[in-house]
Design a protein around this ligand. Structure first.
Ligand SMILES: [Zn+2]
Ligand SMILES: [Zn+2]
Ligand SMILES: [Zn+2]
Length: 283
C-alpha cells in the first residue's frame, strides 16, 4: 500500500444503517435474517503515514474489523455535517473507549461551534483527544502526505450545522464524497452549473460518491421533511453511462430505498451503480 493513497468505502447506508432501529420493513427484516448489515456512510483514506476518515459512525469498530484497519491509527477526521450517523462515532476516541490523543479534527466553523456547544464533545477538544482544525469553504487543504481536501458547501437542512462535500485528490485520481444534500437544482446553482456532469467535469473528479438516500418521493410518510434528490432524478440527470464518464456510485442509502432489494431496478440505472462496502479506489 506504501506510496499509493487509497480510499475505502466503510459504509453505504443513511445515518440509521440497515437494519434500521425500530423498523420491521421487509428490507430490515430480511437483512437481519441473513445477518447482513449496511453501515452508515463513511470513507477511509490511507496514505503512507496518515489515516484519514470522512465522517465517523458508531459502527467504527465493526467497520475497522471488516475492512482491515486499526482505528487507533486514525490521524485525521473530516466532518461533513452534524447529523447523527456522521458524528456519532466521535465519542469512541475519548477515554471511555480508545483514549487517543492529538487526532486532527477538521470541520467548518459552524460545525466546530456545534461540537464546542455539546459538552460531551467539547470535552474531547478540551482534553486533547482532538486538535481543532477549522476549514473554509472552497479552500483546498494539503495534508502532510500530499493529498488535498477541498470542502464544498452544499445546501442541506442546517438546523445543527452547515454541510460540506469533499473532493479528495491524490497523485492519480480524485474522489467526490457527497452523502447529503437537499436538491440538485440548488447545489448545482450554488456552484455555477446546471448539470451534474458539467459540475463533476469542472471539479475534475474521477470517482463520485453521490447521495442515494431515496429512490423516489414515495418512500416515507414524512419524506418532505427530509429532502434529498431522488436516485430517479439523479439517474435521469446523469443520462447513459459511457466510456468517458466518471465512475459514479450511490451511497447513503435509506432502508426504505427499494434499490436494496430490487435487482431489476438496479439493472435500470443507465449503467450507474451503488457503491459497495469495502470497495477501494486508488487516488
Ligand atoms: Zn446523513
Ligand atoms: Zn426498514
Ligand atoms: Zn444529513
Amino acid at each position: 500500500m506504501t506510496g499509493t493513497p487509497t480510499a475505502i468505502v466503510l459504509g453505504i447506508a443513511q445515518d440509521g444503517g440497515v437494519p434500521h432501529a425500530g423498523c420491521f420493513c421487509s428490507t430490515c427484516t430480511s437483512f437481519h435474517a441473513e445477518s447482513k448489515q449496511l453501515f452508515p456512510t463513511s470513507i477511509l483514506i490511507r496514505d503512507e503515514n496518515e489515516l484519514h476518515i470522512i465522517d465517523v459512525s458508531r459502527q467504527l469498530d465493526a467497520q475497522s474489523r471488516s475492512f482491515g484497519f486499526n482505528p487507533r491509527d486514525i490521524t485525521d477526521i473530516w466532518i461533513t455535517h452534524g447529523h447523527l450517523g456522521h458524528i456519532d462515532g466521535l465519542g469512541l476516541f475519548g477515554k471511555e473507549v480508545m483514549g487517543l490523543r492529538g487526532v486532527r479534527l477538521h470541520a467548518s466553523k459552524s460545525m466546530m461551534n456545534l461540537i464546542r456547544s455539546t459538552p460531551r464533545l467539547q470535552d474531547l477538544l478540551e482534553t486533547g483527544v482532538f486538535i481543532e482544525s477549522i476549514f473554509e469553504s472552497n479552500i483546498e487543504i494539503r495534508t502532510h502526505g500530499g493529498l488535498t481536501f477541498l470542502p464544498l458547501p452544499v445546501p442541506h437542512r442546517d438546523e445543527l450545522s452547515d454541510t460540506h462535500a469533499f473532493v479528495v485528490r491524490g497523485p492519480r485520481r480524485s474522489l467526490l464524497h457527497l452523502p447529503d444534500h437537499d436538491q440538485w437544482e440548488l447545489t448545482l446553482k450554488n456552484h455555477g452549473h446546471n448539470s451534474i456532469m458539467g459540475w463533476l467535469s469542472d471539479l475534475r473528479v474521477d470517482v463520485a460518491l453521490l447521495d442515494g438516500t431515496f429512490w423516489n418521493e414515495e418512500e416515507l410518510p414524512s419524506q418532505a421533511l427530509v429532502p434529498h434528490p431522488t436516485m430517479e432524478e439523479s439517474v435521469r440527470r446523469l443520462g447513459l453511462r459511457n466510456a468517458n464518464s466518471p465512475d459514479i456510485r450511490f451511497i447513503h442509502i435509506n432502508h426504505s430505498n427499494p434499490i436494496l432489494m430490487d435487482e431489476e431496478l438496479r439493472q435500470n440505472m443507465h449503467g450507474w451503480a451503488l457503491a459497495e462496502q469495502g470497495e477501494a479506489f486508488i487516488l
